[in-house]
Design a protein around this ligand. Structure first.
Ligand code: URA
Length: 440
């Protein structure tokens, strides 16, 4: 078999066989197929796509390219969650302890920030002492004892995805449904949970900008998960506007704790409750309505917050910062962005707002950059809100004083103020199960 012939085949929009997909992935992982041939194949896939069978086969081969984690030493149903990436998306910090407090098990490996989107692991590391690397035994014990453990991706999970993702990132081939679906689902299948909830983001801050594409991506991933014997559900949620008000690592931990204490922002609380209810549903804790009530109760009685604190402590973190936010390191420089007119916020470009937080130091400019955990921004006026001249649109936080001008310029470009109040957008657009799509 020759990679050249496979590229030629895909270029002509023909279907690759299982053997050809195996040859291509194993050859690329072991270095026999060079980057330039794989790049060419990725672009051919970008233009011509893959059918469902090819996408499923690609996912399985990528999942099996490294360790397949066995979580059987953890009692009960294990449920995983994956977000396709967003700005201000801190829902894992909220839903994992809710699910654990209600009897589900969350043994979750999370990622770091990517581009303009934040990552759960960076947020957790803003808690002093928190260890994202545990031994296998510590990981299993923490989940068995407290119902959850959130750690960084360990070992050799889907190395084929790691290599292909890095290539896609620099060859303009990220935004392609079969490639995104196989990338995400290969890692989820290898991570070993019994069931999977997917949060597929749609809108200006997401990889998928339209609802139709987001639904197609969700259907593809749900079919792959179910085909591999894992119960899988997807929610399509809004990412035109950042979720909640806070963007930046410790700022997002604080906002997540506010939700767990029952006084978080409405949009973030609602999306988190829906995600948690669906995870509990997958864990067979009742109907969706019953599961939502369970989730609400775990916030009202404090058990979700206490569960999160216990996990943080078990993983070496200082949980006192979660009760007294003044103990978090503070950014030395702050700036208010003031409105220069009266009106309503008619547009927020979530991607540009994410980039603003990176400029302030909350994300990485290069792979090697250090993160400033205290950096970021807090939005005061969101889509649809009324604003008056001189009122604050947002507060910027940073340790780099010289980043403030550029960050302010970016933020101002990211929002539009108009004369008329825009119509409100849904937070959750659709729910996708195998062969079933509900639009809201
Ligand atoms: N997240 C992933 O893990 N892979 C993609 O391709 C896109 C988002």
């Amino acid at each position: 078999m020759r990679m050249y012939d496979l590229i030629e085949k895909k270029k002509r929009n023909e279907v690759l066989t299982d053997e050809e997909i195996k040859f291509m992935i194993s050859g690329y992982v072991n270095g026999e197929i060079p980057d330039y041939q794989m790049s060419s194949m990725l672009m051919a896939i970008w233009f011509n796509g893959m059918n469902d069978h090819e996408t499923t086969e690609l996912t399985k081969v990528m999942a099996n390219s490294g360790d397949m984690i066995d979580l059987s030493a953890i009692e009960g149903k294990k449920v995983d969650k994956h977000s396709t990436g967003g700005v201000g998306d801190k829902t894992t910090l909220i839903v994992a302890p809710i699910v654990a407090a209600c009897g589900g098990k969350v043994a979750k490996m999370s990622g770091r920030g990517l581009g303009h989107t934040g990552g759960t692991i960076d947020k957790l590391e803003s808690i002093p002492g928190y260890r994202i690397a545990l031994t296998r035994e510590e990981f299993f014990n923490t989940v068995n004892k407290y119902g959850l453990s959130l750690i960084g991706q360990t070992g050799n999970i889907a190395p084929a995805d790691k290599k292909i993702y890095a290539l896609r990132d620099v060859t303009a081939t990220v935004d392609c449904i079969p490639l995104i679906a196989s990338s995400i689902m290969s890692k989820k299948l290898a991570a070993g949970s019994d069931c999977i909830l997917l949060d597929v983001k749609t809108g200006s801050g997401a990889f998928m900008k339209t609802l139709d594409d987001s639904i197609k991506l969700a259907e593809t991933m749900v079919a792959i998960g179910e085909g591999a014997g894992r119960r899988t559900v997807a929610l399509i949620t809004d990412m035109d506007t950042p979720l909640g008000f806070a963007i930046g690592n410790s700022l997002e931990v604080i906002e997540s704790m506010d939700v767990l204490k029952g006084h978080g922002p409405k949009d973030l609380t609602e999306v988190s409750l829906q995600l948690a209810a669906n995870m509990l549903y997958l864990c067979e804790k009742g109907s969706l309505e019953e599961c939502k009530k369970l989730a609400e109760k775990s916030i009202a009685d404090g058990s979700a917050f206490e569960t999160f604190c216990k996990m943080v402590k078990a993983q070496g973190g200082d949980d006192s910062v979660l009760r007294d936010y003044d103990k978090f390191a503070k950014a030395p420089y702050q700036r208010e962005i003031l409105s220069d007119r009266n009106g309503f916020i008619t547009k927020m470009d979530a991607e540009s707002i994410g980039v603003t937080s990176v400029i302030l130091g909350a994300g990485r400019e290069t792979k090697e950059s250090d993160i400033d955990f205290s950096a970021g921004l807090v939005i005061h006026k969101k889509y649809g809100d009324e604003i008056k001249t001189g009122e604050s649109l947002a507060t910027l936080y940073t340790s780099k004083e010289n980043s403030l001008d550029e960050a302010e310029r970016r933020y101002r470009l990211a929002i539009k103020i108009g004369n008329d109040q825009p119509k409100s957008e849904p937070l959750i657009y659709a729910r996708v199960e195998l062969d079933k799509i509900e639009k809201f």
